[in-house]
Design a protein around this ligand. Structure first.
Ligand SMILES: [Zn+2]
Ligand SMILES: [Zn+2]
Length: 315
């Protein structure tokens, strides 16, 4: 399966600010001057920049895409990242009313549904969209978001064909993937999804608060998370900030590493970034997570900082 991240920011969309853009420009220009950059060396210079200068980690809220094979699209969450995904999908069968999509929801806090009214495939007659969640009233929640007081087009006046499916305890089979769920600690609840194909597992667990007691001894988390090939996990805060935001339903980068180590995860991707952290702060936090892994003496855990457009192939 292939996984693509379309939105990695938590809580609210967070566009690059003018101050941050100016700071970056100045730093890049300073480095260019210091290295005596010539026109011929521009490409090499740009690729040599540190990730916090080279990339924009992204301001869109949560949306990820899972593709078991080309042309088959499972989407988790409809934060503002889903808007660009929708534009991409419109270039294919969705643009002709021949699309089939599966749209899973972790929960319905705004940052996980607010892109849906701007998701173009929703409006195209003939497109078939199955909405999937563990809560039985997902349809009512999505209708509420698009009531006339909040949005001009009611949910059921959009022209795609819609089906709703409520997941139970049993695993769910979808396009060759076996999908299981786990309920996470978060205000109002949140669902983790585990996608399994050919013995390779990808787990998406965002909007979740993990603490030391969760990993001190054997816990219900162990069976679900154990030995995940890729774990995309809420790591919104630094450890210090998490002390001040205890019970807010999110995890620190340090604890995310501790969890991944306990569960013997192979690849950990940090996501649901705190909206008030600029990219250089995110990168510093990421380097702190790497240092924490080293201090734990762990060698077989890869850690990545989630970024819009990041793709992972799991084969
Ligand atoms: Zn969230
Ligand atoms: Zn939430």
């Amino acid at each position: 399966m292939k996984i693509k991240l379309w939105g990695v920011r938590g809580s609210i969309p967070s566009p690059l600010t003018q101050a941050e853009y100016s700071r970056r420009l100045k730093e890049i220009v300073d480095r260019a001057i210091a290295t005596g950059l010539t026109r011929e060396g521009v490409d090499d210079f740009l690729t040599s920049l540190t990730p916090d200068l080279r990339y924009i980690y992204g301001g869109n809220t949560t949306c990820i895409e899972v593709q078991p094979r080309p042309g088959v699209h499972l989407i988790v969450d409809a934060g503002t990242g889903i808007v660009a995904l929708g534009d991409e999908l419109m270039k294919g069968p969705c643009g002709k009313g021949e699309g089939e999509l599966y749209l899973f929801f972790t929960h319905t806090h705004w940052d996980h549904i607010q892109g849906l009214p701007f998701f173009k495939p929703l409006y195209v007659p003939g497109n078939r969209i199955t909405f999937i969640a563990t809560v039985p009233d997902l349809e009512d929640r999505l209708i509420t978001q698009m009531q006339p007081l909040f949005f001009p087009m009611p949910f059921h006046q959009t022209l795609s064909q819609k089906k709703f499916h409520t997941l139970g305890q049993d695993s769910f089979s979808c396009e060759g993937l076996t999908i299981t769920t786990f309920e996470l600690r978060h205000p109002g609840g949140s669902t983790a999804y585990r996608f399994l194909e050919n013995q390779k597992s990808f787990i998406f667990a965002t909007d979740a608060e993990f603490t030391g007691t969760d990993i001190e001894s054997r816990s219900p988390y162990d069976d679900f998370f154990s030995a995940a090939d890729v774990l995309l996990m809420d790591a919104q805060y630094t450890l210090d900030d998490h002390f001040n935001k205890f019970d807010w339903g999110h995890t620190s980068q340090t604890m995310a590493v501790n969890c991944a180590v306990k569960w013997k995860v192979k690849n950990l991707i940090l996501t649901h970034h705190e909206p008030s952290y600029p990219d250089d702060r995110l990168y510093q936090n990421y380097m702190a997570a790497i240092e924490h892994r080293q201090n734990l003496g762990v060698r077989d855990l890869n850690i990545y900082l989630g970024r819009e457009g990041m793709q992972i192939a799991l084969e």
